[in-house]
Every structure is written in structure tokens, then in C-alpha cells.
Design a protein around this ligand. Sequence first.
Ligand SMILES: Cc1cc2nc3c(=O)[nH]c(=O)nc-3n(C[C@H](O)[C@H](O)[C@H](O)COP(=O)(O)OP(=O)(O)OC[C@H]3O[C@@H](n4cnc5c(N)ncnc54)[C@H](O)[C@@H]3O)c2cc1C
Length: 304
Amino acid sequence: MDEKDREWLRAIGGARVRFGVPMSGWTTFRVGGLAEALYEPVQMEELRELILGLARRDIPYFVVGRGSNLLVLDQGIDGVVVVLAGAFTEIRHDQAEEGAVIHAGAGASLGALLSYCRRNGFAGLEFAAGIPGSVGGGVMMNAGAFGGEMGERVLGLTALTDHGETIRLDRSQMVFSYRSLNLERSTVITHARFRVEKEPPDVVTDRISANLKRRKMMQPVDDPSAGCVFKNPPNEYAGRLIEAAGLKGSKIGGALVSPRHANYIVNAGGATGADILALMDLIQREVRRKFGIHLDPEIRVMGR
Ligand SMILES: Cc1cc2nc3c(=O)[nH]c(=O)nc-3n(C[C@H](O)[C@H](O)[C@H](O)COP(=O)(O)OP(=O)(O)OC[C@H]3O[C@@H](n4cnc5c(N)ncnc54)[C@H](O)[C@@H]3O)c2cc1C
């Protein structure tokens, strides 16, 4: 990115674009080098102008939600990190025959979505209570817990392609699988529609509270992390394999295999991206050596 590119970004983004932004402030691992630029578009036409302009200038871009499934490396990100804000965080609903359809901006947090469900007495998304992501990140990752996952509730999506084209996808055009959705990485999800049922608000609230409690018991929710690092292999738990390999409590630099849940790496203080990558590599090698099983990362690595 040269000075002319920065001038253009300043002209369209004003205070919504910043340069040299430490990604440690935008990820739950609290790790990551500088993003060359970070841009927070607040409405669709602005996002389109941004994406088209970046494509014309051959500048890469990366969408980040709450950065809760991301490891950003220490040399940072060349290009523009896009974080949806403003109108992209709005949530509303339409009544439907057996409940409602929620229309949520992809930049809204899953916490805000759950509060909306609680207030209005909408059931179906309680499994997501405590997942610290955004609607866009939750759908892209097909986030799930306690037997539920986002894909089961998604009726459709609105997204912007890297050609600046708005697309509306129906459920039948999407393939959700374990922690993934078949969407190009360069496509920006802008809105999602969810199917929910009507239930008394206190019943929904109780279910949410119970899930939050279970989460607190099982996971190191207070330490900086990105949740589960590896996907569970078929008919196995990654956490069980890591623990059985004797790796609970293993530490490289500031990166620690959580003593509470072996599939969590936590930033125990001053961890770098390199520390976390090295610990992931150690875990993969040891689990392969002891059990012959390959652990596939669930977290996404960005930057260099
Ligand atoms: C304490 C803790 C507990 C967790 N528990 C769970 C759990 O129980 N279950 C679970 O599934 N996950 C869990 N996670 C992981 C994480 O919260 C989820 O994967 C979450 O859905 C990621 O959302 P995000 O907005 O933070 O996405 P990010 O981490 O910001 O991004 C993840 C991916 O989604 C893409 N993305 C984000 N927004 C968009 C968008 N608008 N359009 C297109 N692509 C987009 C990014 O480019 C990236 O590839 C946990 C994480 C933590 C820290």
C-alpha cells in the first residue's frame, strides 16, 4: 500500500480507517502484529466502494469479526482488515407462522443476538450463549456447542462478492459442515436470517444461563484464547488426545496448553504468534506420534 492508496482510504473512510493497528487489540488471543490498515464500514454502499476500490488497486483485504477464532502472526497483516460496524450490527425480526425470522447484521455480536432472543422470547439459538464471536464469524465458522450449530438455524444470507456484487443465498445453496461453510474467503457476509420459535422469555433466559454455567465449568473462559484450537477427529475428542499425550500444562514462551481444557491454548502472558504456532506444532507432532492421528486446526491463521 502506498501513500496514494492511504489517501484514498482516508478520503472514503475518514475516522473509520486507521493505519498500523495492533491486531492484539482485535483478537481474543490478544496476540498479533500490525494490520497495515483497519477499516470499519458502516453501511452497504460504503463497503461496496471499499471492496471494489481495493480490488482495483490490488490490495488484499480480510474480514474480521470479533477475532475469537483467529491467530494473527507477529509480522502482522499486509492489506486492509475490514470490521463491519454501524448498520451492519442491527438486529430486527419478522413474525412468521411458527415463530419469527431474525435478520441480523453480520457485525452484531452473538451476545447481542442472544440478548435480542431473550428479550423477545425467541428460542433456538441458546446453544450459542457464551461463544464470543460475531454473527458473520459464527456463520462462516458454523459455530456450535451443546449439540447445536449455526447452520441448523440459518435460513439465508446476504453477502458481497469481491466483484462488489450483492448476493442473497438461500439455505439450499449453502453447505454447512463441521466448523465451516462453503463460501469463498473473499466474500463478505453482511446479513444473516435465522429461524427461531416463540417461547416465554424466562424459559429462553434459563436455558442461556444454564449453557453459560456449563461453559464456565468446562472451559478457561477468563484467559485470553481462541477457543478450541483443533477440530475433533471423527469419533474422538481432540482435548482427550492432547491430554492423553501428556501435554496438558505444556508451555512455549507465553503460550500454555490450558490445564482446564487441553484443546485450549491460552495466552498466559506475553505470548507471541510464534509461541502459539510452535505449541500447535508440538501438539500435532506428539498426537501423531502417540496415536497416529492428525489434528486439523479449527482456528484460522492470518498474516505473516
Ligand atoms: C472462550 C472462547 C470460547 C469459544 N467457544 C466456541 C464454541 O463453543 N463453539 C465454536 O464453534 N466456537 C467457539 N469459539 C470460537 C469462536 O468464538 C467462533 O468460531 C466464532 O464464531 C468466531 O466468530 P468471530 O466473529 O470472532 O470470527 P473471527 O475469529 O473474527 O473470524 C473467523 C473466520 O470468519 C471469517 N469472518 C468473520 N466475519 C466474517 C464475515 N462477516 N464475512 C465473511 N467472513 C467472516 C474470518 O475472515 C475468519 O476466516 C470460542 C472462542 C473463544 C475465545
